[in-house]
Design a protein around this ligand. Sequence first.
Ligand code: 5RP
Length: 219
Amino acid sequence: MVADTDAKKRRAALAALELVPKDSIIGVGTGSTVKFLIEALATRPGLVRAAVSSSDDSSTRLRAAGVAIADLNELSDLALYIDGADEANPARQLIKGGGGALTREKIIASAARRFVCIVDDGKIVATLGRFPLPVEVIPMARALVSRALTAHGGRPVWRQGFTTDNGNYILDVHGLVIDDPPALERELNQICGVVTVGLFAVRPADVLLIGTARGVDTR
Ligand code: 5RP
């Protein structure tokens, strides 16, 4: 089962590699699907000149693969961002943050002209929300934000023992009804103490590459 899922993730990652212009600077996300992308980049020296990375973990892997790390502040344009997701709906709206890198991921997605999302077919849902929604919070506001999320109908669970690369906490919110993802993203963003909501709906993916048992579906 894990081997099947990994094969699907690898297929999606390899399909994304075909969309990378030679000698480009790209954004690279975080997670097990992205690991396959980084592994593949190691076999194609020169394809990518540098990468803006969404996490310390991906930066370490990229450097080991021979890819330099670029500072987003030094770039006036970023053509392409490739990242995974925890859930995707038919409108290419996503839940992300299972790996806790959602804030940097959202920054890079918003900077990129094209956001290509790579997933296995087990991540596709009709309605977002089966996967608990990760929310990054400032540590001193954890209880305050938890109460506000409960008032929104969710059941926030503190991801104890985990600190983000930005020094913050994650609340995984179960049981939310997400029938209007952009509206909920905007609403939860307004809670004081929230850094980032793991809904990627205001800026969804432009392309979804879905690894399946037979190949890759493109949406
Ligand atoms: C990390 C993320 C990942 O993209 C998401 O968790 C999917 O991970 P994986 O490819 O391991 O299933 O948002 O913050």
